[in-house]
Design a protein around this ligand. Sequence first.
Ligand code: SF4
Ligand code: SF4
Ligand code: FES
Length: 253
Amino acid sequence: MKIDVATGDRAIVPEGTKVIPIFIMGKRYFVPETLTIQKAMEYAGYQYIRSCGCRGGICGACPTVFRILGDYHLHFCLACQTVVQENMYLTQVPFFPTNRTAYQLEEVDASAETIMKLYPEVMKCVACNACTKSCPMDIEVMEYVNAAMRGDIAKVARLSFDCIQCGLCSSRCPAQIQHFHLAQLCRRLYGRYVLPRAEHVQKRVADIKAGKYDEMLRDLVNTGRETLEKLYVGREMEPQESAGWTPRDASYL
Ligand code: SF4
Ligand code: SF4
Ligand code: FES
């Protein structure tokens, strides 16, 4: 089934827009067909206290489950990103209970053993793929769960990078896996132990710790607003094509 994804702010309803029936928690409302689910619910009189955050498909606060009248398929989406459809029966899942195991990143290593110790339920996956089908971010969730079983932390980190922690995958899993916490653990392990360190960042951190910028920062703090504004407006800008570029004053590099 094709789900229309919102492409912009449709709060101002275009003239002549048709109104269609939708069902919010079983109650029928007539709403303009151009609205996202989120705006349609507000149009119908609901006020969000939970289940709404960024309104831009990033925060994962608005996972929604719906069916279309007469169709047995269950659908999953983000309310802020999905346009209403006629006879949509919907409800929102602002929170789904999952356990996040406590750990200190410094005390674990990037290995399959760490994953098994912290999230042993991962081994109970029955490969039903319900998690992938429920993911509003089109993430290959089952594939990253499989990668986690093998201890392939880099693959889990790569596949789960777009996860917004909405919890829909965990709500569907017969093995009771807590996918997004598991994936977050792997991304943390990847960042700390697998990904090569950026040398220029290490050098800059060492410079900061050695006090290389202390005097410059002190001077800035003691500079008046007018001078600061002049400095800001007259600052040298890095060009868009900056390969090989160095600033005129290279003393702070
Ligand atoms: S992986 Fe799970 S928690 Fe993450 S976005 Fe997909 S459904 Fe939501
Ligand atoms: S829903 Fe659970 S059991 Fe099914 S494939 Fe996903 S992780 Fe495995
Ligand atoms: S409100 Fe943030 S993802 Fe929908």
